[in-house]
Write a protein that binds this ligand. Structure first.
Ligand SMILES: Nc1ncnc2c1ncn2[C@@H]1O[C@H](COP(=O)(O)OP(=O)(O)OP(=O)(O)O)[C@@H](O)[C@H]1O
Length: 258
């Protein structure tokens, strides 16, 4: 059973090595209820690995995750019921339309058919996928941004309490990005909790109230946006200071300007 207090999502010492190298090295985070947390880090930092372990897609070597107090690895069904996930590189059934996917997904989630029809129609409309659906466009024909949006719709369909979205804004046009932000705000206003990974610092600054910076498989900073970046710095300044910036030397890639 979900508990009534404590964090919405807890990552506890999550560790995973690939070929002897630790992609996540004791990642611990507590995301309070109602928070919108931005998870940022450079390429290869371990964001996707940590998220995948947190949502039950990748078995950790050590550590665990709890969703509203429900342990992901001892009660995966209970934990996943509370969770909506947009994974990295989501694979979708290409021969279905968006509407068919949502109908199928709702059935798998054990939702009543009428409710699925209602919610699916609303999600397709709000995410501006309705017109393509009316024309019978298959997911195989979707653009990258449309794939993100239908993935998000599957994450929302069962009205989860915690959303974990890996790069949800990637390839999404500015109008759809606004819709996505409005959906996430409504979700947190209603007491839901969101974790969003992103490379775009300005986006995280405008969206999140909490931030965690991860690099080389470790959490370097975690807290409120103001607490992490300080009163005078931007999130990007803080990120570069903690992660370290690489300058391109004058003699490097010289052949590009010859
Ligand atoms: N299945 C895998 N097999 C081997 N190595 C992996 C695997 N998945 C991830 N890695 C390695 O683990 C490290 C962390 O990768 P991860 O995808 O978690 O980083 P990330 O922070 O999500 O990066 P990006 O921002 O580039 O998406 C990288 O060095 C990556 O090469």
């Amino acid at each position: 059973m979900a508990n009534d207090d404590g964090p919405a999502l807890e990552l506890v010492g999550l560790t995973k090595a690939f070929n002897g190298t630790r992609a996540a090295d004791g990642v611990s985070l507590a995301v309070p209820r109602g928070a919108l947390l931005g998870l940022v880090g450079p390429n290869g930092a371990g964001k996707t690995t940590s998220i995948s372990m947190a949502v039950g897609l990748l078995r950790p070597d050590a550590g665990t995750a709890r969703v509203l107090g429900v342990d992901m690895w001892s009660d995966p069904v209970g934990a996943k019921r509370l969770l909506g996930v947009l994974p990295d590189g989501l694979s979708l059934p290409e021969r279905l339309t968006g509407g068919e996917l949502l109908t199928h997904w709702g059935g798998l989630r054990g939702l009543e058919r009428g409710l699925v029809r209602e919610r699916a129609g609303e999600l397709l409309r709000v995410l501006e996928l309705e017109e393509a659906d009316d024309r019978g466009v298959l997911i195989a024909e979707y653009s990258t941004g449309m794939r993100k949006k239908i993935g998000l719709a599957t994450a929302l369909l069962h009205a989860p309490r915690v959303l974990v979205l890996d790069e949800p804004y990637e390839a999404v046009d500015p109008v759809s990005a606004r819709v996505l932000t409005a959906i996430l705000r409504r979700f947190t206003d209603g007491g839901g909790t969101v974790v969003v990974s992103s490379h775009v610092m300005a986006l995280v600054e405008g969206l999140a109230d909490r931030v965690a910076i991860i690099a080389r498989g470790r959490v370097l900073a975690d807290g409120t946006l103001d607490g992490v970046r300080g009163p005078d710095a931007t999130l990007e300044d803080t990120f570069v200071r903690l992660v370290g910036a690489r300058e391109v030397g004058e003699d490097e890639l010289a052949w590009l300007s010859s």
